[in-house]
Design a protein around this ligand. Structure first.
Ligand code: ADP
Length: 749
C-alpha cells in the first residue's frame, strides 16, 4: 500500500482503522524516524506488557534500554536495505501471571517511506508463536525420546511407502542387517537378506496378509552382510488412503537372535531330555516337599503302574496303595531321609491292579523354591523288574555253580584280574583243613604251597596276569595232616568283549599218584638202562675183540655175523643212551659240556661216521658261508642232534638216494639243514613229531622201526642251547629239518 494511501487512511478513516488495528490479534506499533512510538495497538501493548501512556511519545530505547544495541542494528539494516526485517521465533523472557516465562515471537520491522522517499516509520508487527514453538519442541523431544527408547531396546523403526516401496528407517535397522549404522537400505535389499525359505514361506505371506488385515507380523531368519544368520521379529501397521487403498506401512523390527537361539537350545534340550527319558523308559513325578504327596505323575509313570494314561489318572494315595506291604516301612524311611538331605531314593516292589508284582526304583531331588513357588521334589521312576529278575537269576545260577564247584573233589578257585584270589571251593578247605578267610587274606593260599615251589609259583602267576596267558604249574600242597601232595594247577582268563580280563578260573588237580608212578617209571628206566648198559658194553667189547682177532677170516659167515652183531649192538647202545637221556631230561639232569668248536668239522665227521655203516644214501655237504662257523656248545650233544636228523633222513627216504646237508648263517644263528626226498609228512603231523613217543609211521613198524624219542631229545638239546629247530615237509616229496645254534658273538653279548 502506498504511504499516502496509508496516511489518508489514517487521517480519513482514522477511527475505523484504529479500531481495526487496535483489535487485531497481532501486535502492531509505529515508530517514527526518531524511534518514538506514535501508535501501539492493544495486542502489542499486551505483548510488551506496557500501558499506552508508558509508550506513546516515548523513544523505544528509553522504554527497552536493554534492546538498544540490537534494535539499532536492525533499524540500520532496514534503512540500508529498504527491506523489511523478519525475526522469527524470538525468545523473550516475560513476566506472565507472576512467573518469568519463555515466550516466542515472530517480529517483522517494515520500513514505511514518505512520498519523497524518506523513511517515515518503522511498523513493528509482532505475532506470538510460543504455542507453535513449544508444540514443535515437544514433538521433537517426543521423537527423540522414542528414538532413544527404540534404539536402546534394540528396536528399529521403519516407514514404508506402499505405492513406491520407498522405505525410511532408523539407524539401528542398518545395524541389524550388518551395515554401518545409519546407512540406508532399500526395501528390496532387505528382502534379499532374508533366508530364501523364510522369505517365501513367512515374510511374503505375512506381507500379503498385512495388506488385507492391516497387521504385519512375522519372525524370520536373515543372513546379514557379514554372512551371520540372525533372527528378526517385525511388527507393522498398514495405513489406508481415502480410497481404502493401502498406502503406508509403519513398524518396528527387532533382532531376536539371542532369544531365538536360547529358545532353540531350550527346545533342543527339552527334546533331548524327552528322548533320553523315552529311551531310558523313565517316568517322572513331582512331589510337594512338605506334604510329601505326589501331585504330578507323567504318562510313563502311570504306564509303569499299569494305568492307561489316556483315560486314567491317580492321586498319591492310590500310588501309595500299590507299594508292596513288605516295603512300606522302607519307603517311609526313605521319605524321612529325603526331608533331611533333599535326596530321595528307594527301590520297592509294587503290586498292580491285576495282582502282578513289579520292582520300581524312585529317585528324586529337592528343587529350591523360586518365584515364590513352593519347594518340591522332582524325580524319576524306573521299572527295574527285569534287572531284579536278572540279579536273581544271576544269584541263582551263581548258587548253582558254587554248589557244583563244592560238589567236586577237585580244587577250584577264582581270581580277580589283578591276580587276587577271591573264591575257593569246599574241596580246598577239606584238603587243607584251613579257614576260608585265611585263604582270602593277601596271598594266604600260598601258605599251603610247598616252600620249594612258592617262589616259582608266584613268578609264573604274576607272569600269567601280565601276559593274560593261561597258567600251568605243578606244585605241592600241604594237606590238613601236614603232608604234601603234588597238584597240577591250571587257570584260564575269562575275557570280556574288549579283551580285558574279567576273572581267572583255576583248578588244581591232584596228580600225586601219577607223579609217583612217573617217578617209579623213571627210576625203573634208569635202573634198567644201567642194568642193560653193562651187558651191552661187555658184548660190544667182545665183538670188537673178536673182529680184531678174526675179522680178516675167510669164513664169510663169521665176518658178516660179527659185523651184524656190532651194528645191532651199536643201535642198542644208542637206544639205551636215548632212554637214559629222556629220564635225565625229565628230572632236569642233562648236563651240558660246552666248549668252542668248528661246525664244519662236526658236520663232516658225523657224515663220515654215518657213511661207515650206511652206504645206501649219498650224503652231500655244502658250506654256504665264506668261512668256517664256530659255536660254543656241547659237541657230543650237537653230534647227537645231527646224527638223529641224518639217520631219520635216511630211514624215511627208502626209495631216494640223496640227502643234502647245508651249513649257513642266518642273522645271529648258525644253521644246519638236512634235506631228504623221502616220504615226507603232512601239516598235522609236523606239529606233533617233537612230542615224546610220537611216531607218524607208528603203523608201519616193519618199514620204519623206531621209538619216537629222537626228535624229542633233539628239540630238548637245542632249547638247552638257546637254539631251535624248524621243519618243512611235503607228503611224498621229502622233508627239510633245520636247526639253529646261536653264534658265538650272540652268546657273548
Ligand atoms: P622215530 O624216528 O624213532 O620214530 P623220531 O622222534 O626221530 O622218532 O621221529 C618222530 C616221527 O617223525 C617219526 O616216527 C617219523 O614219522 C617222523 N619223521 C622224522 N623224521 C622224518 C623225515 N625225515 N621224513 C619223514 N618223517 C620223519
Amino acid at each position: 500500500m502506498h504511504e499516502n494511501g496509508l496516511l489518508s487512511l489514517f487521517q480519513n478513516k482514522e477511527n475505523v482503522l484504529e479500531n481495526v488495528l487496535q483489535k487485531t490479534p497481532f501486535g502492531f506499533s509505529l515508530i517514527n524516524e526518531d524511534y518514538v512510538f506514535e501508535f501501539a495497538n492493544e495486542a502489542w501493548l499486551k505483548i510488551v506488557q506496557k500501558e499506552k501512556h508508558d509508550v506513546l511519545g516515548r523513544r523505544i530505547f528509553d522504554i527497552f534500554p536493554e534492546t538498544e544495541e540490537y534494535l539499532l542494528s536492525i533499524f540500520d539494516n532496514v534503512k540500508n536495505t529498504k527491506e523489511p526485517f523478519y525475526a522469527p521465533e524470538q525468545n523473550i523472557k516475560l513476566q506472565r501471571e507472576g512467573l518469568l516465562q519463555d515466550v516466542f515471537f515472530n517480529f517483522v520491522y517494515q520500513p514505511i517511506y514518505s512520498e519523497t522517499g524518506e523513511l517515515q516509520y518503522f511498523a513493528s508487527v509482532v505475532i506470538e508463536v510460543t504455542d507453535l514453538v513449544t508444540t514443535r519442541n515437544k514433538i521433537k523431544n517426543d521423537e527423540e525420546r522414542l528414538r532413544l527408547a527404540t534404539e536402546s531396546s534394540h528396536t528399529a523403526t521403519w516407514d514404508l511407502n506402499l505405492k513406491t516401496l520407498d522405505i525410511i528407517h532408523s539407524p539401528y535397522l542398518s545395524k541389524i542387517f550388518g551395515y554401518i549404522k545409519g546407512e540406508q537400505i532399500s526395501h528390496e535389499k532387505m528382502r534379499q537378506h532374508l533366508s530364501d525359505d523364510d522369505r517365501i514361506n513367512i515374510v511374503e505371506k505375512a506381507f500379503d496378509e498385512a495388506l488385507k488385515t492391516g497387521v504385519y507380523q512375522y519372525e524370520a531368519r536373515l543372513i546379514d552382510k557379514s554372512g551371520n544368520e540372525k533372527w528378526i521379529s517385525t511388527n507393522g501397521k498398514v495405513f489406508f488412503d481415502y480410497e481404502g487403498e493401502p498406502s503406508r506401512m509403519v513398524g518396528v523390527m527387532q533382532d531376536i537372535t539371542q532369544r531365538k537361539t536360547s529358545e532353540i537350545l531350550l527346545q533342543q534340550s527339552h527334546h533331548q531330555l524327552n528322548t533320553a527319558m523315552d529311551a531310558s523308559k523313565l517316568g517322572r513325578f513331582d512331589m510337594d516337599f512338605e506334604t510329601q504327596k505326589k501331585y504330578n505323575f507323567s504318562h510313563r509313570f502311570l504306564e509303569i503302574l499299569g494305568y492307561d494314561f489316556r483315560t486314567e489318572t491317580i492321586c498319591s494315595e492310590v500310588f501309595e496303595k500299590h507299594i508292596h506291604k513288605n516295603f512300606v516301612k522302607q519307603r517311609l524311611d526313605a521319605l524321612e531321609e529325603a526331608k533331611e538331605t533333599g535326596d530321595l531314593f528307594y527301590q520297592t516292589k509294587v503290586v498292580l491292579r491285576d495282582g502282578t508284582e513289579k520292582w520300581i526304583e524312585i529317585y528324586g531331588r529337592l528343587l529350591e523354591p523360586i518365584d515364590g513357588r513352593k519347594a518340591y521334589v522332582s524325580g524319576t521312576i524306573r521299572d527295574i523288574t527285569e534287572n531284579k529278575n536278572y540279579e536273581k537269576n544271576i544269584k541263582d545260577s551263581e548258587k548253582k555253580y558254587r554248589f557244583l564247584a563244592d560238589a567236586i573233589p577237585q580244587i577250584v578257585w577264582i581270581g580277580e584280574k589283578d591276580g587276587q584270589l577271591t573264591y575257593f571251593n569246599k574241596a580246598t578247605m577239606d584238603y587243607s583243613g584251613k579257614d576260608y578267610n585265611e585263604f582270602l587274606e593277601g596271598d594266604g593260599w600260598l601258605k599251603i604251597v610247598h616252600p620249594d615251589e612258592q617262589q616259582e609259583n608266584r613268578r609264573l602267576w604274576a607272569k600269567s596276569i601280565r601276559s593274560k596267558k593261561p597258567f600251568f604249574f605243578e606244585h605241592r600242597f600241604r594237606n590238613k595232616d601236614g603232608h604234601y601232595r603234588w597238584f597240577l594247577s591250571r587257570a584260564f582268563p575269562e575275557l570280556d568283549e574288549s579283551g580285558e580280563i574279567k576273572k581267572w578260573v583255576g583248578t588244581s588237580t591232584d596228580i600225586d599218584d601219577m607223579k609217583r608212578q612217573e617217578k617209579q617209571k623213571n627210576d625203573f628206566i634208569k635202573m634198567a638202562n644201567h642194568e642193560l648198559k653193562t651187558p651191552v658194553t661187555t658184548i660190544k667189547g667182545y665183538v670188537q675183540l673178536l673182529k680184531k682177532m678174526r675179522g680178516d677170516s675167510d669164513d664169510k659167515f663169521l665176518v658178516n655175523s660179527l659185523n651184524t652183531i656190532e651194528n645191532q649192538v651199536n643201535k642198542l647202545n644208542i637206544l639205551i643212551g636215548d632212554l637214559l637221556d629222556i629220564s635225565r631230561m625229565e628230572t632236569g639232569n642233562l648236563p651240558l659240556n660246552k666248549k668252542k668248536f668248528s661246525l664244519v668239522g662236526l658236520v663232516t665227521e658225523t657224515i663220515e661216521d654215518i657213511k661207515a655203516s650206511e652206504q645206501s644214501h649219498q650224503i652231500n655237504f655244502e658250506l654256504k658261508h665264506p668261512s668256517d662257523i664256530e659255536v660254543y656248545a656241547d659237541k657230543d650233544r650237537i653230534t647227537q642232534v645231527l646224527n638223529n636228523l641224518l639217520t631219520n633222513a635216511i630211514k624215511y627216504s627208502p626209495s631216494s638216494k640223496v640227502v643234502n646237508v647245508e651249513l649257513s648263517v642266518d642273522e645271529d644263528y648258525a644253521v644246519v639243514s638236512v634235506e631228504d626226498f623221502g616220504i615226507g609228512m603232512d601239516k598235522e603231523e609236523l606239529n606233533k613229531i617233537f612230542e615224546r613217543f610220537y611216531r607218524v609211521s607208528g603203523d608201519d613198524e616193519e618199514t620204519f622201526p623206531g621209538f619216537g624219542i629222537g626228535l624229542f631229545i633233539v628239540k630238548d638239546i637245542l632249547e638247552r642251547h638257546d637254539g631251535k629247530i624248524r621243519v618243512e615237509s611235503i607228503k611224498d616229496e621229502g622233508s627239510k629239518f633245520c636247526f639253529f645254534l646261536p653264534l658265538e658273538k650272540k652268546l657273548i653279548n
